[in-house]
Design a protein around this ligand. Structure first.
Ligand code: CP
Length: 370
């Protein structure tokens, strides 16, 4: 259900009241944003902390920032916001040096729906990169052409290269086997709509979730960023089980993050034994490694006959290969489509925060200042 809002016709109290009603038929295929806002106003001061910042890693977020971004996303998902022109006058450059369906198009959709403008580079080889131009030089040019850069690249060190001369914010949209922090925001936005209690601090939902990862976090950027962001929610997570064909699926820096966290973590090769215990399953198989796409862990497959808990949900950053059967698409286990669809709203929330447009939100937004 979408509620309309405009400057000439501000949100009426009864429209705002709809945010506080319990969701009608929330399920994993159609998780409703309402419950995230229920008696839970958005802390605008937390979102202002992100103003002007580059977004490079899931590590840089606090739990509070993730939750407040998700609450703003829920508001944006619920209200027709176009008439507020929230990104009017802002120009984003989407520079993609590696293939993408969801990330580039959902970012561009997010910006254009808020009346911002986009300079789109869907194929990096149409730039001076084809002639050998460095990312450092391109960064110097981007300073003059836009207000924000959203970059995806095959190389893990591409972020450092661009940042050598870049003085406007950069959003890392996936750097080789490095990270994909805004994917992790989309993942957690889907989870928080599915189980709003995960947003709570204190005892609610305490250590109730068994998280399963089918994949290799050390080599798959989306899985890595998801795991790192999940550590922020360690109060709610009882255990993480990683099902990987690798002997060491983490790599040194992730092991350090896990050791610092108060979280039980196990690694197994036995998917059949683990599956019936998992509440949330995050899976992926396609990784860009070296100079090509490779499939890792693709022998761990799920379909509608897999022995899943009745209430279990599956997340997948997509694109999928044979590890995720289409037979699951119409089941209540499917949270992956909601995860992809919700990306537009969580990216809008992030863009409004980074580009300093939080104060243009309608005054009727359920919000507090601290
Ligand atoms: N989830 C994700 O990064 O998808 P794309 O590769 O299509 O952008």
């Amino acid at each position: 259900m979408v509620v309309s809002a405009s400057e000439t016709e501000p949100l009426r109290p009864n429209q705002i009241a709809q945010f506080t009603e319990p969701p009608a038929e929330a399920d994993s295929l159609h998780p409703e944003p309402d419950a995230l806002l229920d008696t839970n106003p958005i802390k605008l001061s937390v979102l202002r902390e992100l103003s002007g910042r580059s977004i490079l890693s899931a590590r840089q977020f606090t739990k509070e920032q993730v939750v407040e971004l998700a609450k703003l996303a829920a508001f944006l998902e619920k209200v027709e916001i176009a008439s507020y022109h929230l990104l009017d006058g802002k120009m984003a450059i989407t520079a993609f040096f590696e293939a993408s369906t969801r990330t580039r198009i959902s970012f561009e959709s997010s910006i254009l729906r808020l009346d911002g403008k986009v300079i789109s580079i869907p194929e990096g080889n149409t730039t001076g990169a084809r002639k050998g131009e460095s990312l450092a030089d391109m960064g110097e040019m981007f300073n003059a052409y836009g207000d924000l850069v959203i970059m995806r690249h095959t190389e893990t060190d591409s972020v450092d290269q661009l940042l050598r001369n870049l003085r406007i914010p950069l959003i890392n949209a996936g750097n080789g086997s490095g990270e994909h922090p805004t994917q992790a925001l989309a993942d957690w936005y889907a989870l928080l709509k599915w189980r709003p209690a995960l947003a709570a601090s204190g005892k609610a939902g305490h250590k109730s979730l068994h998280l399963g990862i089918l994949g290799t976090p050390g080599s798959m950027r989306a899985v890595k960023s998801f795991l790192l962001m999940s550590l922020l929610f360690q109060d709610q997570i009882a255990k993480v089980t990683v099902v990987s064909e690798m002997a060491d699926p983490f790599g040194e820096d992730l092991i350090e993050d896990l050791q610092k966290a108060d979280i039980r973590c196990e690694v197994t090769h036995d998917i059949q034994q683990s599956l019936p215990e998992l509440d949330v399953i995050y899976m992926n198989s396609i990784a860009f490694l070296g100079d090509s796409y490779r499939k890792l862990d693709s022998r761990f497959k799920l379909d509608a006959d897999s022995p899943l808990k009745k209430s279990a949900v599956i997340l997948h950053p997509l694109a999928r290969a044979e590890e995720l059967s289409e037979s699951l698409d119409d089941t209540a286990h499917n949270l992956y489509f909601a995860q992809a669809h919700g990306a537009v709203f969580i990216r809008q929330a992030l863009l409004l925060s980074v580009l300093g447009r939080i104060d243009r939100l309608p005054k009727q937004i359920p919000s507090v200042e601290s």
